[in-house]
Design a protein around this ligand. Structure first.
Ligand code: NI
Length: 258
């Protein structure tokens, strides 16, 4: 039984165009049981579904990422809904707020909120992107009470505790292995293992010793190793608990995965 459950990937990214099938097939030889590919727009959501149809261990989330919005985005929510009905779609994502980029805040909030409402209607979990928008993201979570993951968590330990109190999970990846990861380490110290999941956000954010290189789900073992040190448990336990957490969120029985 493979142990790594990667809750957040972008295998549709052009960084994998030359060798996507080799990379994905290789994952299952390298301790990866599952990866959930996140949609950023309609095309990438559809691409993720194609990958999920091709590989047993790949699942898809569908959604509109805050960096990818335009005037048509609100009209595309209906398409997201149609795509979400596919049996290998397990979440609405990647959705959220990103105040680092120059996409108008009112548009971001409208599309984020519409997708939170959609997830509620469909009783599906969400995968949330929060970049420099902690206050507004937290406000939306309190208002709509979605289930799911705040991915690549970059808020304070206090915010993490609030997110956990709302019943959501904290996604952690390569950043925890970086030298300047003080904030992420504090977050991990302050939340229970039962509220933590692992992710890559690949092709981005490869862990040390591969920082700056192309990331893939097999590299999660370095993230697990670092979290094991922080939590003073074994890397085995980190992988087991986070895999069980991810299965619970995405409602995936491992007997489904060959
Ligand atoms: Ni992402």
């Amino acid at each position: 039984m493979n142990r790594i459950f990667d809750t957040h990937t972008h295998y549709d990214d052009k960084a994998f165009d030359d060798d996507r099938d080799v990379v994905i097939s290789g994952l299952f030889e390298n301790d990866v049981c599952c990866a959930v590919n996140q949609g950023t727009d309609i095309a990438s959501s559809e691409f993720g579904i194609k990958l999920a149809e091709k590989y047993d261990g790949i699942y898809a989330a569908v959604g509109l990422h805050p960096e990818c919005l335009n005037e048509d985005s609100i009209k595309q929510i209906d398409t997201v809904k149609q795509l979400a009905l596919h049996k290998k779609v397990k979440a609405i994502g990647e959705i959220g707020l990103d105040y680092y980029y120059d996409v108008p805040k009112p548009l971001q909030k409208t599309v984020f909120e519409a997708q939170l409402i959609l997830a509620g209607e469909l009783s599906m979990p969400v995968n949330i992107h929060d970049r420099e928008a902690h206050g507004d993201v937290l406000e939306m979570l309190k208002k709509h009470r979605p289930k799911g993951i705040v991915h690549c968590f970059s808020g304070s330990a206090e915010m993490a505790v609030e997110v956990v109190r709302l019943g959501m999970y904290i996604g952690m990846g390569g950043v925890v292995t970086f030298k300047n990861a003080r904030k992420a380490v504090e977050v991990i110290e302050n939340i229970p293992m039962g509220s933590l999941v692992l992710e890559t956000d690949c092709p981005y954010l490869a862990p040390v010793p591969f920082r700056g290189k192309r990331n893939d789900s097999s590299m999660i073992k370095y993230v697990a190793q670092r979290i094991a040190e922080i939590k003073n448990i074994s890397a085995d336990e980190v992988l087991k608990i986070t895999r069980e957490n991810a299965q619970k969120i995405y409602d995936i029985e491992l007997s489904e995965v060959k």
